[in-house]
Design a protein around this ligand. Structure first.
Ligand SMILES: C[S@@+](CC[C@H](N)C(=O)[O-])C[C@H]1O[C@@H](n2cnc3c(N)ncnc32)[C@H](O)[C@@H]1O
Length: 281
């Protein structure tokens, strides 16, 4: 069977450098402004294509080692090309953050941006790992997105996907059941609320401060959002539809987003929270 370009993009999570300009990359300076003045060892968890590691290497001449832990081989390979000029200051590792392995270094800066929802419901394993691994008094910077949820636990990207599935002829009311039957946990359910997260984080870490901003996504065309969705969510949702319909599904996601852009002046907006944490003692 041949696959369309957008299906190939989704299976390799390609195009993130462009796609992340719509949302995730806008958090970068905001996050790094909370880093210590002269970190020596930085670990970025779910480091993707290495953008945050690169920004850190550029910003902090003090940085001796920048470590990226990431599960996607495609993303690790893109990060390796991006970070090749920094030579042996960079260590990139394949890792599953749902079962994190011991690290031989003790980072004094750990970051994790736009990743936590993928670790639900076992985020505590990663938080425990951070508490064990981070140098005493180190800084852990975490961003979490908080879409509004409906009574079925759907919100944020789930809503756009619901519109797309409806455009493909599915009954809107049956979409929550359809997601559940396909073992697709809504993204809005994957992000715990602030209080739930606070409880989990405070098991082993101390919250130094929190900040919040509104993350607004705007696009100039349906195609732009179609590619953002493929690069960010991969085939997480598209596997719900039969293979012959997948190309049409991605197109419908782009069109659903573009309709919102035209009606509301944006596709979506939601609070993003920046947690600054340190060790307990
Ligand atoms: C939305 S991207 C964020 C990338 C980057 N941190 C940023 O802020 O642009 C989420 C990243 O987390 C990675 N990821 C998701 N689940 C993971 C897991 N269990 N272990 C390691 N990485 C994971 C994905 O492969 C992807 O690169």
């Amino acid at each position: 069977m041949t696959h369309s370009a957008v299906e190939i993009q989704a299976s390799t999570l390609a195009g993130y450098s462009d796609a992340s300009r719509l949302r995730q990359a806008n958090d970068q300076d905001w996050v790094l402004a909370q880093a210590p003045a002269a970190p020596r060892v930085h670990a970025d968890l779910g480091s993707g294509i290495g953008q945050l590691l690169q920004a850190c290497l550029e910003r902090f001449p003090s940085l001796e080692t920048a470590i990226g832990l990431e599960q996607s081989a495609f993303r690790l390979s893109e990060a390796a090309s991006r970070l090749q000029p920094y030579g042996d200051r960079v260590l990139l590792r394949h890792a599953d953050l749902m079962a994190p392995e011991p690290l031989e270094l003790s980072p004094d800066l750990i970051t994790m941006t736009s990743v936590l929802h993928w670790l639900y419901p076992v985020e505590f394993r990663l938080f425990d790992w951070v508490a064990r691994t981070m140098a005493p008094g180190g800084t852990f910077l975490l961003t979490t997105y908080h879409p509004e949820r409906d009574e079925y636990g759907l919100g944020g990207e789930d809503d756009i996907v619901r519109d797309a599935l409806a455009a493909l002829g599915r009954d809107r009311a049956l979409v929550p059941g359809f997601l559940a039957a396909g073992d697709v946990l809504p993204i809005a359910t994957r992000t715990r609320d602030t209080e739930g997260l606070r409880d989990l984080l405070e098991r082993g870490l101390r919250i130094v401060s929190t900040a919040e901003r509104d993350a607004v996504v705007r696009v100039g065309s349906a195609a732009e959002y179609e590619h953002f969705h493929a690069a960010t969510f991969g085939d997480y949702y598209s596997r719900l539809v039969e293979p012959p319909l997948r190309q049409a599904f991605f197109r419908a996601v782009g069109e659903a987003a573009w309709r919102r852009q035209q009606e509301r002046g944006h596709v979506s907006h939601m609070p993003v929270r920046l947690w600054k944490l340190t060790t307990r003692d």
